[in-house]
Ligand binder design. Structure first.
Ligand code: GLP
Length: 264
């Protein structure tokens, strides 16, 4: 795992956006895996800026979001389709028929999950998967004890995750308990992963993900098995990393050809 510690969330966000923009410029038909939550909001804003001011062209890009709530429509404040519309989709030239979300309103949710896996496969797999991390170490909505081999399926949120979601919604709005999420096995098949984490609230989860044992209790630790994952953190989220000085040293001495290759 490559860990890049940056002085602020803004700098980490810009580094993440540069990686995404570069993948899209080099591969106009790129397949992007997208995440929601507070963490990637500014990254999407930066992509919108690059689209408007630098002509970043997303017209041939395909996207697959990690997860969606079950049983709500796009107008619901907890809807991730709504989030993506607000933060990215309606501001750029992505083709609506190429923006995929798990179908949380399907009559047959199992069939919808299988169809999502099929659609990812048919698109040629995910080139770059963006990720955040929950304070309990979840990725997507793969809560602790999720199978490390899991595929897209229905999950039940923990009380703590529900509370974190509720805190971002208008008061009195109750988020659904059930979600569809890409599995950990699905995420591990992405060719490249970029995970962002900011703030002290994420520090324990980041340390367990990077330096702890690979365990279903910390779903993000499965990324230790992924050959090309970059973790972009601010100083606060890096606060509990035992080898932080080593990661800084690696970045200071990163060969120019690697910087060029990685766009970081
Ligand atoms: C939700 C999302 C995750 C996200 C996590 C952290 O659970 N399903 O994809 O990483 O929240 O959210 P935030 O970035 O708001 O801290």
């Amino acid at each position: 795992m490559e860990v890049i510690i940056l002085p602020s969330a803004t700098e980490a966000t810009l580094a993440g956006a540069r990686i995404v923009a570069r993948v899209v410029r080099e591969s106009p038909h790129a397949v992007l895996g997208l995440a929601t939550g507070e963490t990637p909001e500014r990254l999407y804003a930066e992509l919108v800026r690059a689209h408007r001011q630098e002509g970043l062209d997303l017209s041939r890009v395909t996207t697959f979001n990690l997860d969606e709530h079950v049983g709500i429509d796009d107008a619901h404040p907890a809807s991730y389709r709504r989030y993506m519309q607000e933060h990215l989709f309606r501001h750029v030239n992505l083709r609506p028929d190429r923006t995929h979300m798990p179908d949380g309103r399907a009559a047959d949710l199992d069939a919808a999950c299988a169809a999502y896996e099929d659609a990812i496969r048919a698109a040629g797999g995910i080139d770059l998967q963006l990720l955040g991390i929950g304070a309990d170490g979840h990725i997507g909505f793969n809560e602790p004890t999720s199978s490390l081999a899991s595929r897209t399926r229905v999950k039940t949120l923990t009380a703590a995750t529900l509370e974190a979601i509720r805190a971002r919604l208008p008061s009195g709005t109750e988020p659904p308990r059930h979600v569809i999420t890409m599995g950990i096995g699905t995420i591990l098949e992405a060719k490249r992963c970029v995970l962002l984490a900011f703030g002290e609230r994420k520090a324990a989860a980041v340390a367990k993900m990077v330096e702890g044992p690979v365990t279903a209790l910390v779903p993000a630790s499965a990324l230790q098995l992924h050959a090309r994952t970059t973790v972009l953190v601010d100083e606060e989220a890096a606060g509990r990393l035992a080898l932080a000085d080593y990661y800084r040293d690696v970045q200071r001495n990163k060969p120019a050809w690697q910087r060029e290759r990685d766009g970081s």
